[in-house]
Design a protein around this ligand. Structure first.
Ligand SMILES: [Zn+2]
Ligand SMILES: [Zn+2]
Length: 155
């Protein structure tokens, strides 16, 4: 066995189906055979290898088909959209809000200036640039350092 990556097509990869491989017809149940579509795009969900390697592919219309590796071609690996999404969102950071103190609280809610844990009424959230770790102007939400505009989380 060669030490190449396994499975060769990882979940999330965009693939294009070709034609059902008739030489392998006897290996499939009627149901499995019927789940295949020719010449459509889909995304690999997972693979099975109990009877030779095959892939579950979710077609664009939401149905799922099972394919032999000879019946699909990888188009491209999908980028981690979730991570990019997260990077565009501002981070919410709790500050002390008890005049004159507006210090940033640590993750336990402790104010390093006043040296105690203020109650919730005396705190407020600031929006932060997650990359630069500095507060964002609440109107523009544009970081003064990297110039990136962020969305308010949960909106
Ligand atoms: Zn304080
Ligand atoms: Zn920034």
């Amino acid at each position: 066995m060669a030490t190449t990556k396994y499975p060769p097509i990882s979940p999330g990869t965009l693939v294009k189906t070709t034609q059902p491989n008739l030489n392998l017809r006897h290996q499939w149940t009627d149901e499995g055979w019927a789940s295949k579509k020719s010449w459509v795009q889909g995304k690999v969900i997972t693979h099975h290898d109990s009877h030779g390697l095959c892939y579950d592919v979710e077609h664009e219309d939401g149905t799922v088909g099972c394919y032999d590796p000879s019946e699909i071609e990888a188009v491209r690996e999908t980028p981690d959209l979730a991570r990019e999404e997260r990077r565009r969102e501002a981070e919410m950071v709790l500050h002390h809000d008890d005049s004159p103190c507006t210090a940033r609280l640590n993750k336990n809610g402790y104010c390093p200036e006043c040296k105690f844990v203020p109650d919730m009424q005396s705190t407020c959230f600031y929006y932060y640039c997650p990359a630069c770790n500095i507060p964002l102007p609440s109107k523009s939400m544009t970081c003064t350092q990297c110039n990136h505009t962020f969305a308010k989380p949960g909106k």
